[in-house]
Design a binder for this molecule. Structure first.
Ligand code: KG4
Ligand code: ZN
Length: 361
């Protein structure tokens, strides 16, 4: 197999993920989710997530090593998400990774969850790269100047990546709810099940996206500014006003004893989210000379977001990469992929002194 062989551990939210990569080749991606246990609460409960990680960590590790056909002794390095995320959840992965590093003497790399979402885009497609046994470090498939639009239940960011190992810049982020969180809250308002993204996506298929003109957060001139003099929030997002606008519309129908047109509200809401995130991502790419954009996070499953990102990128001459969905949602392979990049770049291991950092920038 290609080198380095890296084991990656992810536990920042509700997914316990362990992945194995060899260079830029994906060997295994084992994921165990505690989502079923959170459904009745309508959101991820940190304490439940932490306990579920404890239960799932060793079986998931075993499943990943078995699927990859490797043992711990074969691994060149271990990588683990150290943040951002839920602290108790992160601690389970960090503790497991430290224990494995201590027991095996392998170098340990603490990685940033968001950068790992980008790192997964460096894995080769199914089938893998190059002949087996290739000794070279992973080819860096990254263009010099890559953009990333990350949209999930926990994050909504635009990143600029000049070097995945050493130069990642945050261009914009949400000031309040994450995009997926907005989907989940609006689904609740509409009486749709949790998690709300898939339910709204399905309901919207029958709706009119122009039925309601919902607000596009932080798109007023005072926030945007101009290309020459960017406003303070040119690339930032806000979804709380949108959520409130949906609630007002739904309350209005209820007050008049009328049936809520769920499909139209869902379609109009979905249009507002997709419009603002794709418009800002394309704007950021244009203004930073970025010609390659990666779309990641669980909300990348959204049909309208995918279609609009594809058409707007095509118009703007931006090459779009959307990893397969199982690699867009939280997983261990993305952590392993970033770990392999760090090893190849000669980055120093993190040692055992770091902790879980829930608000890691
Ligand atoms: O990345 P992810 O699995 O977990 C984290 O939050 O990190 O993302 C989950 C989020 C949830 O908020 C869910 O409602 C949303 O992704 N989601 C979707 C769709 N599928 C999942 N949002 C919109 N449309 C979808 N089809
Ligand atoms: Zn994530």
């Amino acid at each position: 197999t290609a080198r380095p062989l890296v084991l990656g551990i992810e536990s920042s939210c509700d997914e316990t993920g362990v992945g194995v990569v060899a260079g830029t080749r994906l060997l295994a991606n084992a994921v165990s989710s505690s989502m079923d246990e959170h459904v009745r609460f309508g959101g991820v409960i940190p304490e439940i997530a932490s306990r579920a990680h404890l239960d799932a960590m060793l079986p998931t590790l075993r499943a990943a090593l078995d699927a990859a056909g490797v043992g711990l002794a074969d691994v060149d390095a271990i990588a683990v998400t150290s943040g951002p995320g839920l602290s108790g959840a992160l601690m389970v992965g960090v503790s497991a990774a430290k224990a494995l590093a201590l027991a095996t003497g392998k170098p340990l790399y603490a990685v940033n969850h968001l950068v790992a979402h980008v790192g997964v885009g460096l894995l080769d497609g199914e089938g893998g790269a190059g002949p087996a046994g290739t000794p070279e470090p992973p080819a860096n498939h990254l263009p010099d100047n890559l953009g990333a639009l990350l949209v999930s239940g926990g994050h909504t960011e635009i990143l600029r990546v000049r070097s995945i190992a050493s130069d990642v810049e945050l261009l914009g982020a949400t000031l309040d709810d994450a995009a997926g969180e907005a989907y989940d809250k609006v689904a609740r308002i509409l009486g749709l099940p949790y998690p709300g993204g898939p339910a709204i996506d399905a309901a919207a298929a029958w709706g009119d996206p122009r039925a309601f003109a919902f607000p596009r957060g932080l798109t007023a001139a005072k926030y945007l500014g101009s290309a020459e003099a960017p406003g303070a929030h040119r690339y930032d997002f806000s979804f709380s006003g949108l959520k409130t606008a949906v609630a007002r519309v739904v309350e209005g129908f209820a007050a008049r004893d009328e049936t809520v047109p769920v499909a139209d509200v869902a379609a109009s809401f979905q249009e507002a989210v997709a419009d603002v995130v794709t418009a800002k991502a394309v704007l950021a790419c244009r203004e930073h000379g970025i010609t390659s954009l990666l779309l990641g996070g669980g909300v990348a499953a959204n049909s309208r977001l995918r279609a609009l990102t594809a058409s707007r990128c095509a118009e703007a001459g931006i090459e779009l990469t959307v990893p397969p969905l199982r690699l867009c949602t939280d997983n261990g392979a993305m952590v392993a992929a970033l770990g392999a990049q760090l090893v190849a770049a000669g980055a120093a291991p993190s040692g055992l002194g770091f902790g879980a950092d829930s608000s890691q920038p």
